[in-house]
Design a binder for this molecule. Sequence first.
Ligand code: FE2
Length: 273
Amino acid sequence: MLARRNAGRSALASIARLGRLQPRELRGPRTLEYDLVIPGLDPAHDGLKVAHLTDLHVGMLTPDRKILRAIAAAQAAKPDLVLLTGDYVCYSPKFVGRLAELVRGISAPCYAVLGNHDYWTDGEGVRRALERNGYAVLRNGHSEITLRHAPLSIVGIDDAVTGHADSKRAFAGVRKQGSRIVLTHVPSIADRAAAEGEALILAGHTHGGHVVIPRVTARIARKLGSRYLAGFYRIDGSLLYVNCGIGSSSIPIRAGAPAEVAIFTLRAAATDK
Ligand SMILES: [Fe+2]
């Protein structure tokens, strides 16, 4: 159902990443490109390119240059759509102004949902910072955009950690057929989203485990109720992607869960003729 296009780096690069230092981390986020067959996608949207960024965490622990490189990487992919899934700032409202500066310049239509750190910091301020740049913030609502003469529904479920999520309200009035993308900060909400029908569901929040101990991190996460840690998951007819995100909110170093910008090329399922 999906194929990763740049998965095969040289063995040497892989070995280098296993060590003490992650040179790629120091340079900035990696760009991951995927071809995805999306259930229910309108054939008119076959080939549509979507950039997904999450968990920028503008603040003391994420260098500005890392965020700027992430935005530049998304722009370089020439996406038709840019989607953001929350946690833009952390810890102090003083970072909200810097957020507005750092995310400036996305030229494709851009849609966002907020995350727990945004609400803990200054949810209204973050919303205004994004909207000042022309980006739409969906709070338990949807937007229908026409791309290539066909409608695409973008549904935004508000943050679940802070008790703002209302998936029923988010899906009210969303057309049942055609192309659908759902945004949620917290991946576990994907179960509720998938119950509303086939879609591509994008999430963040987990940082992919942030510092990953193979097998152990996933097991602990499951025990804490986080079944969806990083990457792709099939839920009923929907496809969930959990992005490892860009920044840090606790410790500045990541291991085993590098910062990423995800670029998806959407593909319609083949139909019998
Ligand atoms: Fe979060």
